[in-house]
Write a protein that binds this ligand. Structure first.
Ligand SMILES: [Fe+2]
Length: 179
């Protein structure tokens, strides 16, 4: 997995899932570094080894503090249990619905979860975050994450689409792929 910077202290962990006869479904997670590093989403189960190797090349497990899970779909939570084992200081930030649906597969200790709703705000070190229901979503627990300091919106699957090939920046994709 080839990570790349998408902003100051912000790195993409990119992957994609082939959709037969259609193209590639991009599946990206992000690491936001800073005083309290935060991972946004946790990759696909089929990518676990490559995802975790890429993640730990960007942040020491002892330093990871937060894992924001925008929703519980499997392509956002593939490495979550293993990351929680490896990074004992990290807590999950997610919606209560997503947390309940995650518990169908594995238990997350209550002391390692912060639940948020649309409109919630929280400070993580030098950053202020807020959480919002995006205009389109594919899970009842979906929340987008907005980093007020960098002006970055992690929109979950709101603008997701299938592409002939993955791109690093949305401007590199043909606009008609989004309609
Ligand atoms: Fe999804």
């Amino acid at each position: 997995m080839e990570t790349y910077a998408v902003g100051p202290e912000l790195h993409a962990l990119p992957s994609a899932l082939p959709i037969p006869d259609s193209g590639l479904q991009p599946v990206n997670a992000y690491l936001l570094r800073g005083e309290q590093p935060m991972l946004v989403d946790a990759g696909m189960p089929v990518d676990r080894d490559a995802f975790e190797e890429a993640l730990w090349s960007l942040v020491d497990p002892a330093d990871l503090r937060w894992i924001a899970i925008t929703h519980d779909d499997r392509d956002h939570t593939g490495s979550l249990a293993r990351i929680l084992d490896r990074a004992p200081g990290a807590k999950v930030v997610t919606n209560g619905i997503s947390l309940t649906r995650l518990s169908e597969e594995f238990e997350i200790p209550r002391g390692r979860v912060v639940t948020v709703n649309s409109g919630s705000r929280m400070s993580i070190g030098d950053r202020t975050l807020s959480f919002h229901r995006p205009p389109t979503f594919d899970s009842p627990g979906t929340l987008a994450v907005f980093d007020h300091d960098a002006g970055t919106l992690f929109s979950s699957d709101s603008f997701g689409t299938v592409l002939p090939e993955t791109v690093q920046h949305v401007g590199d994709a043909d606009a008609k792929e989004f309609f």
